[in-house]
Design a protein around this ligand. Structure first.
Ligand code: ACM
Ligand code: ZN
Length: 588
């Protein structure tokens, strides 16, 4: 091989794969001669490994309450882990565990709040991003806890390597924490980056006592690299150079070419295939190897294989052969692989397209929404439901497009051989007096969140918990004033502006929404005001209706949403302009 460490990262934190899926995945890795499963076992959104001394990690930290109220989670018992390690070993795959620190640990802090600087009671989060609550680097109790965890995890695995994450650690709370500041003084550390480096070195020496070499993401370069640590480069491939200069072996996982969690429409098989394995100034002897990633924000057991293959075959060939690479020859050989995977029932995905795409059309004259569907592979079938439930293999098929009456919820989901192969997409809608009527705005929304081609606040389509679902309109750093013209004076009894709260994405509910009505567009009457009780630190994604219920006669209805203002000091983006996100101005 050109690459000794031919790894795949599987993130169990965001979505839990479970023993049957991960074993099948290991089989597939082995077929293409990958030899390292980098098993990301802890994340903000879930702790996935049983720790007997600290049982809340799996009683509390392995479970989260989704926005729809359902509980989601799971974990591996230590007995299961031993079984899976043995299973992998029998197939030539070594498992390298990752226990993430000092950041990406909300699930641990939700279980044991005293591990965080703020000692705040937090929930296991249900949304993605970088969280400011991290392990306190000041208190000894943090290290006692982490050593307990390592004591239980190390013996489960045979690899000489142990991954501790180390990526994306906001220093916000360390700056404000008396214990962390005391630690910095006592250790003579100049800043919080050096505190992070000190943290990593301390864990490194504990691992060394247990005959394990520390692996960390390239952030461990910041504040001084721990000598002898392995650096996994992900951000910018150039980060390999300082690591190599410092004598550290590197694992290359550039997000530009080896992040297979990125969908194939943004990272095609050809992009992967033609990637240059070694950056300039780095030679084969400097690198331990390469690794593709499957971060699971948007991956579940349903589409794990479709993200990995066929692009993972291109990466495997690259890990085994010299350049130059002959795309035409590779493509021809791929035909045989695809036929063979079909025969084996391996649910691979498209090489350079989305599994399925859905585009929406608004037919206000008919009162319907129309969704056009395309699939990235011929044998993928998209099925739908109109009752808000998840489509099954027996639900009706979408052929080309499907219409749904405004007021209904359309759910579509791609299937292959009777099994779901990707996420469902949900289109929610509301029927009301303002539907299809012209809306005047004080300011156009940001282009990216503009519902381009739609009359966004009156098109009947409402948003989901995904702020980027295309249904939400966004305005940054400004109040929003929206006026709908109902076309004639009508009796009105209720007006609602629906807004989104997603603290981590800078999306804040307006402080209040004022509703005014007018019969002529000149003389306005205040109908009422609506506010909310959501805390500014609340890190859930919340869809909040601002409703005023009062009878009136009106042709024009105006909603004025008052911006939250700048991001608070404790926020990662402190001082930045917040967004207002709104999806529909509903008049009944
Ligand atoms: C990473 O993608 N945060 C390593
Ligand atoms: Zn602290």
């Amino acid at each position: 091989p050109k690459s000794g460490w031919r790894g795949v990262l599987v993130d169990e934190g965001r979505h839990f794969m479970g023993e049957a899926t991960i074993k099948r995945f290991i089989d597939t890795m082995a077929l293409y001669k990958y030899n390292v499963l980098h098993w990301h076992l802890t994340e903000d959104q879930g702790w996935r490994v049983e720790i007997k001394k600290h049982p809340k990690l799996t009683q509390v930290g392995a479970w989260r309450t989704e926005p729809d109220g359902t509980r989601y989670g799971g974990f591996y018992t230590q007995a299961q882990i031993k079984r899976i390690v043995k299973y992998a070993k029998d197939r030539g795959v070594t498992i390298v565990p990752e226990i993430e620190m000092p950041g990406h640990c909300s699930s641990a802090l939700a279980s044991y709040p005293e591990l965080g600087c703020r000692r705040a009671k937090i929930e296991v989060p249900t949304n993605w991003g970088v969280f400011t609550d991290v392990y306190c680097a000041g208190r000894e109790s943090t290290f006692e806890f982490l050593e307990d965890v390592l004591d239980e995890v190390i013996p489960l695995f045979e690899s000489p390597y142990f991954h501790i994450g180390g990526d994306e650690v906001p220093k916000t709370n360390w700056k404000a924490c008396a214990d962390c500041q005391r630690r910095m003084k006592a250790e003579g550390l100049a800043d919080e980056h050096e505190l992070q480096s000190w943290f990593i070195r301390r864990i490194q020496s504990y691992l060394a006592k247990n005959n394990r070499t520390l692996v960390g993401w390239d952030e461990i370069l910041e504040g001084g690299l721990a000598k002898g640590a392995v650096v996994q480069v992900w951000q910018d491939i150039e980060r390999a150079i300082p690591a190599v200069k410092a004598g550290s072996p590197v694992i290359l996982s550039p997000q530009s070419h080896l992040y297979l969690n990125r969908p194939a429409e943004s990272l095609s098989m050809r992009n992967v295939y033609e990637h240059v394995l070694l950056p300039a100034g780095v030679t084969a002897k400097d690198v331990l190897g390469h690794e593709v990633t499957l971060w699971s924000e948007h991956i579940t057991p349903d589409n794990l294989f479709a993200r990995f293959l066929p692009r993972g075959i291109a990466a495997a060939e690259m890990f085994w052969s010299d350049p130059p690479r002959d795309w035409a020859s590779f493509s021809k050989r791929m035909d045989a692989h695809l036929a063979w995977m079909d025969e084996q029932g391996i649910p691979y995905g498209p090489a350079d397209a989305a599994i399925s795409t859905a585009s929406l059309e608004s037919l206000t004259a008919q009162g319907v929404g129309r969704v056009h569907v395309e699939t990235g592979l011929k044998d993928i079938v998209v099925r739908y439901s109109l009752d808000g439930r998840l489509p099954t293999a027996r639900s009706p098929k979408v052929s080309g497009s499907v219409d749904f009456p405004i007021g209904k919820t359309l759910t579509i989901r791609p299937f292959r051989d009777g099994k779901p192969v990707d996420w469902p997409k949900v289109f929610r809608s509301a029927s009301h007096l303002g539907y299809g009527r012209p809306v005047e705005l004080n300011r156009p929304p940001a282009e990216r969140y503009s519902r381009a081609g739609f009359n966004g606040l009156a098109d009947g389509f409402t948003g989901s918990e995904d702020f980027d679902d295309g249904m939400w309109m966004g305005w940054q750093g400004t109040d929003l004033v929206a006026t709908v013209d109902l076309g004639a004076v009508r009796p009105v009894r209720s007006v609602t502006l629906t807004c989104l709260h997603q603290m981590r994405s800078w999306i804040y509910l307006p402080k209040r929404v004022r509703i005014e009505v007018s019969e002529n567009g000149v003389d306005w009457v205040l109908l009422g005001e609506a506010s909310h009780a959501i805390d500014e630190r609340d890190d859930r994604t919340l869809i909040q209706p601002f409703n005023v219920t009062k009878a009136a006669q009106a042709r024009f209805v105006r909603a004025t949403a008052e911006s939250f203002g700048k991001l608070p000091v404790w926020h990662l983006g402190a001082g930045g302009d917040t967004w207002i996100f709104a999806d529909e101005l509903i008049v009944r």
